[in-house]
Design a protein around this ligand. Structure first.
Ligand code: THU
Length: 158
């Protein structure tokens, strides 16, 4: 038997001003995108912004439905739209922000498992690391690649 360990790396900032310009802009776009959330059932308004390899920024927000499972998270709304519209561009970064009762959440919202799985696939398609920026009011977390949020990803079909 061999005991193994996985190390997860991320950086934490107190405010957006600590980020480089590109990341700060992407985080601001995610915060702006929370305004387009349709979340009458949960009241949890999520925004996501993805940066494509050609520099384009695409935003999305969570879209709920009275038949609950029919709704979709902000991250997948943004990624699916981006890849449907620009299939030749890689998704190289994603920023996520969430509001509750109008206020940006203090601690950043972390993407759900299904969104992480989708991020992992687009990262693989892009052939380079996808940066993940989780923007909260008091804390901003930056992960260099999806592997840091989702180790041992399912990718066994070839
Ligand atoms: N939600 C997202 O948009 N992204 C996530 O990663 C987690 C959750 C949405 C789904 C639902 O509309 C609301 O937040 C509450 O779960």
């Amino acid at each position: 038997m061999t005991q193994k360990e996985i190390k997860i790396c991320y950086s934490e900032y107190d405010s957006l001003s600590g980020l480089g310009e590109e990341d700060r802009i992407l985080a601001e776009k995610a915060i702006e995108a929370t305004a387009n959330s349709y979340a009458p059932y949960s009241g949890f308004c999520v925004g996501a912004a993805v940066r494509l390899s050609d520099g384009k920024i695409i935003t999305g927000s969570n879209q709920e439905n009275i038949a609950y499972p029919s709704g979709l998270c902000a991250e997948r709304t943004a990624m699916f739209y981006a890849h449907a519209q620009y299939p030749d561009a890689g998704i190289i970064a994603i920023a996520i922000a969430a509001r509750q009762d109008g206020d940006l959440c203090e601690t950043p919202a972390s993407p759900c498992g299904a969104c992480r799985q989708v991020m992992a696939e687009y990262q693989k398609l892009a052939g380079r690391d996808m940066k993940i920026i989780l923007a909260g009011r008091r804390k901003i977390r930056v992960f260099r690649k999806v592997d840091d949020l989702l180790p041992f990803i399912f990718d066994s079909l070839h």
